[in-house]
Design a protein around this ligand. Structure first.
Ligand code: NAD
Length: 481
């Protein structure tokens, strides 16, 4: 069986303990690879390598760091088919999605930060003829990067690329549920000739490897994407150590649909924003609020379009909904569907597992599910499900829609469908979220700030914000007389 290896000090190595975890293929429910069950000793080895590499890497001219990142981007592009297939097998997502979104975006992340660093500048503050201040932006040190399973290489590279561009060296941990493409990336970094120790990947469990990174005194900053409960735990460990922290956490995003919207555009995008990647995108809009005058029409049309989404084997071209990522996650999603029914909800479509034939009969498939009749403040509508499940709720006024949208502890993203310009701007101003999409969804310009408010996180990724995070500003004041 294939063994995934750690990438430490420029080489691929087994975990020091020589213990391994099973890696499951969600489309069949079978083990297909082994993952290092690394521990604090492996993190320590990675840290020693990253610390030793920091002096040279942080002093390397940015043009040279840029060239390494651009080379990695190029190698990802060249290996698109291999990486997309690996991502689809490891995660359960449709191959088509991995090919058109996940892997191209991972290459784009390296490309973007490989060029962004060339344009990154700091400020000067003149005190007329008394003094001049200028700000140095220096890489912080060894960065810890911890990422989730839903967009494995895409989100892993979203952290690692800016860290490396800024001049930090990295100890990174991908999710133990989807480690394969991070492993393949380590092979590409070796091929790119990335100097040893600059980038280290330690595979394994969150409470072991992740915790060892977060609590390591020699790792002064941690960039984390994952669940809110994990983020809370990480913050409690990192805060007394005065670490810099970037936390990108969960969401429960609202999709506000007004009667004056462009109906067809709204309908096709809402299918995407509800069920892309089996609803396992932190930006999916899982709470649909629909103006009452179009509620019945929307419900009928939406349910019929959802019924046409093919749940199937991820590698099949026509599959729209693949497998969810794990058995545990499948059970969690089904438990929320049961909860919704206990809370008085009516399942309009879906609500059950889908059993495919042959070798896929044990895969983790769930039919896309639409539920109505729930109170906006019930648990189903307040807690993150992170699966192919959405709720429909009618509203009568803009104020009511806004109040319901803002009612959760989360504040990551939101979507508004209206052709009324003033309403669009008014809502964008009032919605509690880090990202508001008007008449679109998942349209991303990598220069824009990315992140959430409230329980959805602390800090922003994207653009120069990420380079700010991985560098420390130092003010230098020079008296002129
Ligand atoms: P998770 O919190 O379980 O795990 C995320 C990562 O943290 C994994 O690598 C895991 O091994 C590690 N980890 C777990 N426990 C840890 C600990 N005690 N210390 C250090 N590391 C630890 O999240 P998940 O289930 O992998 O991902 C799903 C969640 O991620 C959802 O809540 C989703 O909304 C969120 N997410 C957020 C964004 C965003 O940008 N805001 C993007 C994608 C996913």
């Amino acid at each position: 069986m294939q063994k995934i290896l750690n990438y430490i000090n420029g080489v691929l190595v087994e975990p020091q303990s020589n213990t391994w975890l099973d890696n499951y293929k969600p489309s069949t429910g079978k083990v297909y690879a082994l993952i290092p069950d690394s521990d604090a000793n492996d993190v320590e080895a990675a840290h020693v390598a990253a610390k030793a590499a920091f002096a040279d890497w942080s002093q390397l001219p940015k043009e040279k760091r840029s060239a390494y990142l651009l080379k990695i981007a190029q190698l990802i592009d060249l290996n698109l088919d291999k990486l997309a297939l690996a991502e689809s097998i490891d995660n359960g997502k449709p191959l088509k999605l991995a090919k058109t979104v996940d892997i191209p975006r991972a290459a784009a992340n390296f490309h973007f930060y490989g060029t962004a660093i060339l344009h990154y500048a700091s400020e000067a503050h003149s005190m007329e003829d008394t003094a001049i201040n200028y700000t140095l932006r220096q890489p912080v040190g060894v960065a810890g990067c911890i990422s989730p399973w839903n967009l494995p290489l895409y989100l892993f590279s979203w952290k690692v690329a800016p860290a490396l561009a800024a001049g930090c060296t990295v100890v990174a941990k991908p999710s133990e549920i989807t480690p394969m493409t991070a492993y393949l990336l380590s092979e590409l970094c070796i091929e790119a000739g990335l100097p040893k120790g600059v980038f280290n990947i330690v595979h394994g469990l969150g409470p072991k490897v992740g915790n060892a990174i977060v609590s390591h005194p020699g790792i002064p900053l941690v960039s984390f994407t994952g669940g809110t409960a994990t983020g809370k735990q990480i913050a409690s460990i990192a805060a007394p150590l005065f670490k810099k922290l970037s936390l990108e956490l969960g969401g429960k995003n609202a999709n506000l649909i007004f009667a004056d919207c462009d109906y067809e555009k709204m309908m096709s995008t809402t299918l995407q924003s509800s069920f892309a990647n089996q609803g396992q995108i932190c930006l999916c809009g899982s709470r649909l609020f629909i103006e009452r005058s179009i509620y019945e029409k929307f419900k009928t049309d939406f349910v019929s379009r959802v019924n046409a989404l093919k749940v199937g084997e991820p590698l099949e071209e026509t599959t729209k909904i693949g497998a969810v990522v794990s058995l545990a996650h499948q059970e969690k999603i089904l438990s929320y569907i049961a909860l919704a029914q206990q809370e008085g909800g009516t399942v309009l479509t879906g609500g059950h597992k889908v059993e495919l034939d042959g070798e896929h009969s044990q895969g983790y498939y769930i039919a896309p599910t639409v539920i109505e009749g729930l109170a906006y403040d019930c648990r189903t509508n307040q807690e993150e499900i992170f699966g192919p499940v959405v709720t429909l709720t009618p509203f009568d006024t803009e104020e009511e829609a806004l109040a319901m949208a803002n009612s959760t502890p989360y504040g990551l993203a939101s979507i508004v469908w209206t052709e009324q310009l003033t309403r669009a701007h008014r809502l964008a101003n009032q919605i509690h979220a880090g990202i508001v999409w008007i008449n679109c969804w998942l349209l991303r310009d990598l220069r824009t700030p990315f992140g959430g408010v409230k329980a959805s996180g602390v800090g922003r990724e994207g653009g120069f914000e990420a380079l700010d995070f991985f560098t420390e500003p130092k003010n230098v004041c020079i008296k002129l007389k």
